[in-house]
Ligand binder design. Structure first.
Ligand code: ARG
Length: 574
C-alpha cells in the first residue's frame, strides 16, 4: 500500500479524472496538505481551462466518479472548485502500522536512482572558515543526506581552494616562521600576516613571486611545503566538520589543485577546436547568452595573457571530470549567489562542448548572506568576516545557559556532563536549523538568542519534543505490540503528519530547498506536543496505552529521521 496520503489520494483522483472526463489531461492532481481539511486537491481550476467547463462542475464530476476506496472518508467541494478531503481513521491506522514496521518510515526509495555530485563547503587553504562556508557546508550536507536517503548515489566533492598565486607568499612566510611555529593555531593568521608582509616588504614579495614559479614548475621541496600547508588546513577543516557533524571526509576533497595537470591540455584542446580564442592576449571562451553592460559577449577567461590559469578553467575541468569520470547525472553547486553568473557560464560552456547533455543536468544551489541583527553583513568587532569556530562556540555557550535554566525548572540535580552534551547538540542544531529554515536564496539574520531558544520555530523545540517522546518510551519500559488506533483529533493530525514525510523528502529532492523539511520538523514537533498535552499516554487505560506508546515511538523515530536528514543532532534526553 501507499503509506503516503498524498500518493494514495492522488492515485484515486487521477483514476476519477480519467473516468469522469475521458482524459487524463496530464493531470497532476495537485494534492497537498490543507488547513481546511486533511488534504486538498486544486486540479479542477487547471482542468477547467483545458476541457472548457466550469471548475465547480469538474470538481463535482470528479467526486461522483471516485472509485470505491478505503482511503477517503469524505470530500467536500468548495468554490470555485477545490476538493477538500478527509481520510479514514482505519486507513491512517493501517498506513501508520506499515511505516512503524519499516526502517524507512514513510519514505520510499526512488525508482530512478541517480549519481549526484554535490560540490559544497569548499573552504580555502590557510584561510579561516567563515559564515559563507557555513551556509554551503550546512545546506550541502543536508541535501547529501536527503538525496542519499532517497536512494541516490552521492559523490561529495569538496572543491577547496588549494592552488594559485597566494601560495607563493604563504609558503615563503611559513619558511620564514619555521615549521615549529606553524600549527593549527597559527593557521588562522597565516594568510593575513603573509598578505601584510607581501604588501609592505618588496624583497618578500619578490621571493613570493619566485616561489610561485617554483611551485608551478613542480620543484620537489616547494611541493612538499605546499602539501604540508594543505594538510594542516585539511586537519583544521576536519575538526570543524566533526564539531558540526558534517559527513564530508578527507577522500571527498578534490580541490583546485586536483585539476592542475588537466588545465594546459584543456586550454590547447579548446583553442585547437576553435571553441576558445585569443582576446587581448588571453585565451577566452564566449558561451552564448552572456553579455557585459555594453552588450559585448562576456568572456570566460581560460588562460591569462601571462600564461596563468585561474578559477574558470579549473571549473571547466571539474565539470568535465564529474561528468566523464564520476559519471554524474546531476551536479549540484552549493555556492553563494554572487557566483551565479560564473557558474551559469561554466555550465553553458559544458553544454556547448557536448559534455553535459540531458538527462544529466547541473544546478546552482544558490544561497544568500548571513546578516547581523543590524541587518548588515555579519562582521566581527574587528570588521572581519565572523569565524565559524567562534559562531559555534558562542551558540553552544548560549545553549548551555538555556539548557541549565530548563534543567533548573525541572528541579532535578544537574548532571554536568549530560548538560554539556545537550548544550552542544542544541547549539550546533540551532546554527544549522536557523540556516536551513529560511528560503535559502534569501539573506537571514543571525540572532543567537532566538536561535537557541526551546520555544517557537527552533531546533531546541524540535529536539525537546523528541526527547520528551523518548523519555515516555523509557518510562514505559515495555512496548506492547499493538496497532495504532486513531480516536482523538490530535492523533489523527499527528499520524497524518508522520505519513507526510515521504512527500516532503521528495519536494526537497526536486527543489533542493531544505527549508521545506525544516517546516515539516516544526509542524511534526508541534503535532506531537499537541498530542502529548491532550492525551494521557503512560496513565491511559490499558486498551489505549499500547496504541499511544506505539504512536509515540513512531513520532519519535520520524522526528529523529527528519532532523537527522537535516544533520541536526537528536539527543535522547534534554
Ligand atoms: N573556494 C571557493 C570560495 O571559497 C568556492 C568554490 C565553489 N566551487 C566551485 N566549483 N567553484 O569562494
Amino acid at each position: 500500500m501507499h503509506v503516503d496520503p498524498i500518493d494514495a489520494v492522488s492515485a484515486l483522483v487521477r483514476a476519477a479524472v480519467v473516468s469522469a472526463l475521458g482524459t487524463d489531461c496530464d493531470a497532476d492532481p495537485q494534492v497537498r496538505r490543507s488547513d481546511r481539511a486533511d488534504l486538498q486537491a486544486d486540479l479542477a481550476m487547471r482542468l477547467a481551462r483545458k476541457v472548457k467547463r466550469a471548475p465547480r462542475a469538474i470538481a463535482d464530476a470528479i467526486v461522483a466518479a471516485l472509485p470505491v476506496n478505503d482511503v477517503i472518508d469524505r470530500i467536500e467541494v468548495a468554490n470555485p472548485g477545490f476538493l477538500n478531503i478527509w481520510l479514514r481513521a482505519e486507513w491512517l491506522s493501517a498506513a501508520a502500522a506499515v511505516a512503524n514496521a519499516s526502517e524507512r518510515l514513510a519514505v520510499e526509495t526512488t525508482t530512478a536512482p541517480e549519481r549526484v555530485v554535490i560540490d559544497y563547503s569548499h573552504p580555502n587553504v590557510a584561510k579561516e572558515m567563515h559564515v559563507g562556508h557555513l551556509r554551503s557546508t550546512v545546506i550541502g550536507d543536508a541535501l547529501a543526506r536527503v538525496l542519499a536517503w532517497r536512494g541516490h548515489t552521492i559523490l561529495r566533492q569538496n572543491h577547496i581552494g588549494d592552488w594559485g598565486t597566494p601560495f607563493g607568499m604563504l609558503i615563503e612566510h611559513v619558511i620564514d616562521l619555521g615549521a615549529a611555529h606553524t600549527g593549527i593555531a597559527e593557521l588562522a593568521k597565516l594568510y593575513k600576516s603573509a598578505r601584510e608582509k607581501f604588501d609592505s616588504d618588496p624583497a618578500f614579495a619578490n621571493r613570493s613571486r619566485a616561489r610561485v614559479v617554483l611551485l608551478q614548475a613542480g620543484d620537489p621541496q616547494t611541493l612538499q611545503d605546499w602539501r604540508a600547508l594543505v594538510d594542516l588546513s585539511t586537519r583544521y577543516f576536519e575538526t570543524i566538520y566533526a564539531e558540526l557533524g558534517v559527513t564530508l571526509q578527507r577522500a571527498d576533497i578534490a580541490g583546485e589543485s586536483f585539476y592542475n595537470d588537466q588545465l594546459a591540455p584543456l586550454a590547447h584542446e579548446l583553442e585547437a577546436s576553435g571553441y576558445a580564442r585569443i582576446s587581448d592576449g588571453a585565451l577566452c571562451a564566449f558561451p552564448a547568452g552572456f553579455q557585459n553592460r555594453e552588450g559585448a559577449p562576456l568572456a570566460l577567461m581560460l588562460r591569462k595573457s601571462d600564461g596563468g590559469f585561474g578559477y574558470a578553467i579549473t571549473d571547466l575541468a571539474a565539470i568535465r571530470y564529474r561528468l566523464a569520470q564520476l559519471r554524474a547525472t546531476r551536479i549540484l553547486y552549493v555556492v553563494g549567489a554572487p557566483q551565479t553568473q560564473h557558474l551559469a557560464m561554466v555550465v553553458t560552456a559544458a553544454r556547448e562542448l557536448g559534455w553535459l547533455a540531458p538527462p544529466a543536468r547541473a544546478e546552482h544551489v544558490a544561497f544568500g548572506s548571513v546578516l547581523g541583527k543590524d541587518g548588515r553583513m555579519l562582521m566581527s568587532r574587528a570588521g572581519e568576516a565572523v569565524r565559524l569556530v567562534d559562531m559555534i562556540s558562542e551558540a553552544v555557550t548560549r545553549a548551555e545557559i538555556v539548557a541549565r535554566a530548563k534543567a533548573g525548572e525541572a528541579g532535578e540535580p544537574i548532571d554536568e556532563a549530560a548538560l554539556k552534551d545537550i548544550a552542544h547538540a542544541v547549539g550546533v542544531g540551532a546554527i544549522k536549523y536557523a540556516d536551513l529554515s529560511s528560503d535559502r536564496v534569501k539573506d537571514y539574520i543571525f540572532d543567537l538568542d532566538r536561535m537557541v531558544s526551546f520555544d517557537g520555530n527552533t531546533a531546541g523545540y524540535c529536539q525537546y519534543a523528541h526527547a520528551r517522546a523518548r523519555s515516555v518510551l523509557r518510562k514505559a519500559i515495555e512496548l506492547p505490540d499493538v496497532p495504532i488506533a486513531i480516536d482523538e483529533p490530535v492523533e489523527h493530525e499527528l499520524v497524518l503528519h508522520i505519513l507526510g514525510l515521504g512527500a516532503v523528502v521528495r519536494d526537497v529532492e526536486r527543489t533542493l530547498e531544505p527549508h521545506r523539511l525544516v517546516s515539516y520538523c516544526y509542524t511534526l514537533a508541534s503535532a506531537f506536543t499537541a498530542f502529548y498535552d491532550a492525551c494521557p499516554i503512560l496513565k491511559a487505560e490499558p486498551a489505549v496505552r499500547g496504541s499511544r506508546l506505539q504512536l509515540t515511538r513512531l513520532a519519535a523515530r520520524t522526528l529523529a529521521c527528519a532532523l537527522g536528514l537535516l544533520g541536526i543532532p537528536v539527543p535522547e534526553r534534554m
